[in-house]
Write a protein that binds this ligand. Structure first.
Ligand code: FDA
Length: 404
């Protein structure tokens, strides 16, 4: 059944130029661009509403792009693949569209642009652009089969059979299955013999072993500035202790680089020279406890936990330089081995996906299957946290929409 459509249906068997599968960020952008070129476009989605991930993104305000988005902000087996699309549709191009629709926005931090009011404004904007471009949207449509034909593709759905010249696959990844993520794009890629890079959850909270979790339980809800490091990759943003383990932007960022069994290193409140601060405090008033001094610079619960954990519940005067140094290393190079991640249930993105080796970087077209395109999260291009993933969705959608 179709609750919402843009434009009338043309019958049970329908011939169109372009079928787009998936009415998320990437699919809607591709439908707009193809429609603007005068192509007849149908956009199909099994969900009740388009752009559901846009709606819930950025805490309901959609972090729709990042001013600094460039290839270095993306993970992929081929780090060069995203260059062309990102250069041809930049954050300013998207901002120009947002401005045309008079949607208020602001930069929150680190180049991250958010809507002033609601993420729904972005969905409305995309729907208006689709309407203007003549692209039709059919929701609550189940995709049953996709076949190659002599002139393109045949897509059989619960509602109709579509014959099209070009097929754009924009059904996203596996993250948040509760919202309808299916991994459909990967199955379709396999059907057409395209390679797949192993998928795993990205931008996801990390979990801890039961003993460590119990040890850190009193800190649940505490947030602190941190540098989190994995190999040569570092992120400086907030870290949040939770009842399952560690979260917050710095942890979500590093989770995309971390692999099972590996450690991450954490520096808490990295701007503080804790050794100097503790030595000065000892000189000035040796009767103070470590946690009192740390509590001036760290959240109180964290200061208390850290001094108890290291058995330093003594006056500062009783602690040698060596003991203070080891305390400071525990704060500035806390080595931790996460037990795992919270998985696709809460992951913001899916790493891996359709192998970029098999796609043309200018158009997103499958090299061996003319007319077949993969865009957005389904492709092995995954951005950092902070608006980079939507920028990839817009840019790859733009590239495919201009070619399909
Ligand atoms: P997306 O998943 O958006 O769309 C896929 C569409 O295909 C969906 O409409 C789905 O219903 C449909 N579909 C799937 N399987 C189907 C099937 N078998 N048949 C028919 N239809 C099917 N990024 C960012 O840059 N800034 C942010 O603020 C956030 N915030 C954020 C919060 C949360 C909670 C999550 C989970 C994710 C984010 N992201 C984000 C990431 C961002 O949402 C993501 O990268 C993009 O939505 C990917 O866009 P796509 O269009 O590729 O897939």
């Amino acid at each position: 059944m179709t609750l919402s459509t843009l434009g009338p249906r043309t019958g049970a068997d329908t011939r169109v130029d372009v079928v787009v599968l998936g009415a998320g960020a990437a699919g809607m952008m591709a439908a707009i661009r193809a429609g603007e070129r005068g192509r007849s476009v149908v956009l199909l989605d099994h969900a009740k509403a388009p752009g559901e991930k846009i709606r819930i993104s950025g805490g309901g305000r959609c972090n729709f792009t990042n001013l600094h988005a460039g290839p270095k902000n993306y993970l992929s087996a081929n780090p060069h693949f995203a260059k062309s699309a990102l250069a041809r549709f930049t954050p300013s191009d998207f901002v120009a569209m947002v401005d045309r629709h008079r949607i208020g926005w602001h930069e929150k931090t680190l180049g991250q642009l958010f809507c002033d009011d609601s993420a729904r404004d972005i969905i409305r904007m995309l729907l208006e652009e689709m309407r203007a471009a003549g692209a039709r949207l059919h929701l609550q449509t189940e995709i049953r089969t996709v076949e190659k034909t002599l002139s393109g593709f045949r897509v059989e759905t619960s509602e109709a059979v579509y014959d099209c010249q070009s097929l754009i696959v924009a059904t996203g990844g596996k993250s948040i299955p509760k919202m309808g993520a299916t991994g459909f794009a990967y199955r379709l890629a396999e059907q057409f013999s395209l390679g797949l890079i192993e998928t795993r959850p990205g931008l996801v909270p990390l979990t801890l072993e039961p003993t460590l979790l119990e040890d850190l339980a009193p800190l649940s809800g505490v947030s602190v500035d941190a540098i989190v490091r994995h190999g040569k990759t570092t992120f400086r943003e907030a870290l949040l202790f939770t009842h399952r383990g560690l979260s917050g932007p710095s942890i979500l960022q590093i989770s995309s680089y971390w692999r099972e069994g590996e450690a991450v290193s954490i520096a808490l409140e990295p701007d503080r020279d804790f050794l100097e601060l503790l030595k000065t405090a000892r000189r000035e008033n040796g009767r103070q406890a470590v946690q009192t001094v740390l509590g001036q610079y760290l959240p109180k619960r964290l200061a208390q936990h850290w001094s108890e954990r290291l058995g330093l519940e003594k006056p500062l005067a009783d602690l040698s330089d060596k003991v203070l140094s080891s305390l400071v290393s525990a704060l500035s190079d806390w080595q931790i081995k996460p037990a795992g991640s919270e998985g696709y249930r809460t992951a913001e993105v899916t790493l891996g996906g359709v192998d970029t080796k098999d796609l043309d970087s200018k158009t997103m077209q499958a090299k061996a299957v003319p007319g077949l395109y993969f865009i957005g999260e389904a492709v092995d291009v995954t951005g950092w946290l902070g608006g980079y993933n939507f920028q990839w969705a817009w840019a790859s959608g733009h590239a495919a929409g201009l070619a399909a």
